[in-house]
Design a protein around this ligand. Structure first.
Ligand code: MN
Ligand code: MN
Length: 312
């Protein structure tokens, strides 16, 4: 959307005024001429391992997004000048049923994607990514994955926020040769947890390895692994250290700084990306909004990557 058409644009109205859709994009479910939609998934009943609260994530991220002034100086682009973006609003999830919520997310994500609109989803806990990947598979076939997370999320057979990538792999939603996991660390529930993820197909760059070889080299290896495959990017905010992102359900110490994750996300430029999510933002545990401000900025980087890849 051109700045002159955006009467309510973030750059024209003080951040404290008005009703917060994401970056003041119009709230709409009409997809004619639309390039991308922001969708909220306020569901946290899949967060069985520790504290809930990510249902409040989408609202906090939208509010923090009003601080995004519009121009990305790292890329030299104003994504909303290039892309038509709408805020879809939230999927009306069923808080007592993971299975019902999965169906709702799958169906509504599918309606967006089948209109040729790219989807950027705001969690919610990480369980929301499984139906999102099912919807993407319908349109794009099995996709490559870049998964930023302190956890490999292949932990066991139960369906919850810590097992989605095991199910995604087993359901054939993922191109297993184009699957990268970045940021795993901390104590695990059993010795072979990371080895099991690798056996399923994930190329895992744990936090120790990121530190040893450097995030630039990890970025190079991500591109080497993904090549020209269609890529879905799933970012669990707990990949970032709790010092920089305390507002999350299962924090693990020793993670990335906010600057490192921004750099890594920008480093995805050139990949053939078809979908994004940011999950596990849990505002009740946040301080001064630092986690939701970071999440909003990461969504802004996703939008910028989409804009850079768009013919417009
Ligand atoms: Mn995690
Ligand atoms: Mn996760």
């Amino acid at each position: 959307m051109r700045q002159e058409d955006r009467n309510n644009s973030t750059s024209q109205l003080p951040a404290y005024l008005g009703i917060p859709t994401f970056m003041r994009c119009p709230e709409s479910r009409e997809f004619k001429g639309v390039d991308a939609a922001i969708m909220g998934l306020p569901f946290d009943s899949g967060a069985t391992s520790y504290r809930t609260g990510a249902r409040l994530g989408p609202r906090a991220i939208r509010e923090a997004s009003l601080l995004l002034w519009g121009y990305n100086r790292s890329f030299g682009i104003a994504p909303l000048d290039v892309l038509e973006v709408v805020d879809y609003g939230d999927v009306v999830v069923e808080p007592v049923s993971l299975q019902e919520t999965e169906k709702l997310i799958y169906s509504e994500a599918g309606s967006v994607l089948s209109a040729g609109v790219k989807l950027i989803s705001l969690g919610g806990d990480h369980s929301v990514t499984l139906p999102l990947l099912r919807a993407h598979r319908e349109v794009f076939g099995p996709v490559g994955i870049v998964h930023f997370d302190a956890h490999v999320d292949t932990e066991n057979d139960r369906v919850d926020h810590g097992t989605i990538f095991r199910h995604a792999a087993e359901e054939g939603l993922i191109d297993r040769k184009a699957w990268v996991q970045v940021g795993a660390r901390g104590p695990v529930s059993y010795a072979e947890e990371v080895e099991d993820a690798r056996e399923l197909g994930a190329r895992v760059f744990g936090m120790d390895e990121c530190e040893d070889i450097g995030t630039s080299e990890v970025t190079r290896l991500i591109h080497e692994t993904l090549g020209s495959q269609l890529v879905y990017v799933s970012l669990d905010i707990d990949v970032v250290d709790p010092a920089y992102a305390p507002g999350t359900g299962t924090p693990e110490v020793g993670g990335m700084t906010s600057r490192e994750i921004l750099k890594m996300v920008r480093g995805l430029r050139g990949l053939n990306m078809v979908g994004f999510d940011v999950v596990e933002v849990s505002p009740s545990y946040d301080h001064a909004g630092i986690t939701s401000i970071l999440a909003a900025n990461l969504v802004f980087e996703f939008l910028s990557l989409l804009a850079l890849g768009s013919p417009g």
